[in-house]
Design a protein around this ligand. Structure first.
Ligand SMILES: [Fe+2]
Length: 274
């Protein structure tokens, strides 16, 4: 491991109001994890095991994972999937994929099969019904893939049916605005990783600077940041996008140089009727 700036895992607790929520689903507890980046550098086994223990201690009804299990080497999904078998919830673990899980079809297939072999349900443009027909969970293809075509899945659902959407990249919320999305769970941003006391993520500031300084002063980091996300206002936390709700988890893994004022996150979401 490179030395990384690290912070303890934070548990964020959020109550989400859902229209038309069936009475038997009130107060159900969902846990979200995202962006594990199990690549030998970005996530230590200690942090992973700590996260799994904290998730299980919450006694969740459902666990949802929003992608980026590995970074570049798909083979590392095997040791990761073995460890993810330790996650426990009443209605299982459902996983969607991120851009780092999709470097070509064979690469993606290896990720999917390893997670399935560990007992997870994996959704790539597919719907699961862990709690029965009253509450579909839709896992979309990653926004940067040519498979990102949400309209068919979302339009296939009855309009009065509440639904939860797993979509790795929060920028997809803009594309999903024409559809009913009661709750979208995303990751991808790592919360910006380095956040100033003002609450502004450093990558966003570098990006803004890059636009005003002369070209020779622009940094590679700035260009990377430009590519990561367009909607910096959705870098982390709970947002309304029109009437749709979006929650962006800061992730568990960290790229170099690590995190400052931006702890790795476990999200505990409780569903309430609107
Ligand atoms: Fe990521």
């Amino acid at each position: 491991m490179y030395p990384l700036l690290t912070e303890a895992i934070a548990i964020e607790r959020v109550t989400i109001a859902i229209r038309d929520l069936a009475p038997h689903l009130q107060h159900r507890k969902i846990i979200q994890l995202s962006d594990l980046h199990y690549d030998g550098y970005s996530l230590s086994d200690r942090t992973l095991q700590d996260a799994i223990a904290q998730v299980n201690a919450e006694d969740p009804d459902l666990i949802l994972l929003t992608g980026d299990y590995v970074t570049r080497d798909p083979e590392l999904i095997h040791p990761l999937a073995q460890q993810l078998q330790a996650l426990h919830s009443r209605w299982g673990v459902i996983a969607s994929l991120g851009n780092h899980d999709n470097h070509g079809r064979p690469y993606r297939q290896m990720i999917i099969e390893a997670l399935q072999a560990a007992g997870l349900t994996v959704l790539w443009n597919a719907i699961a019904y862990p709690w029965g027909p009253d509450f579909p969970v839709i896992g979309l293809a990653d926004l940067w893939s040519s498979d990102f075509q949400p309209q068919t899945l979302l339009a296939s659902l009855p309009p009065n049916l509440p639904r939860l959407v797993l979509s790795h990249n929060p920028d997809s919320a803009a594309r999903l605005q024409p559809f009913r999305v009661d709750l979208q769970l995303s990751g991808h941003t790592h919360g910006g990783q380095i956040v100033l006391p003002t609450g502004e993520p450093l990558p966003e500031i570098l990006l803004r600077l890059r636009r005003v300084v002369t070209r020779w002063m622009s940094t590679t980091l700035g260009e990377e940041c430009d590519h990561v996300i367009q909607h910096w206002e959705w870098v982390q936390g709970h947002h309304y996008v029109g009437t749709n709700q979006l929650y962006v988890n800061r992730g568990l893994g960290s790229y170099f140089p690590g995190r400052f004022n931006c702890s790795p996150e476990i999200t505990v979401l409780t569903l309430n009727p609107a």
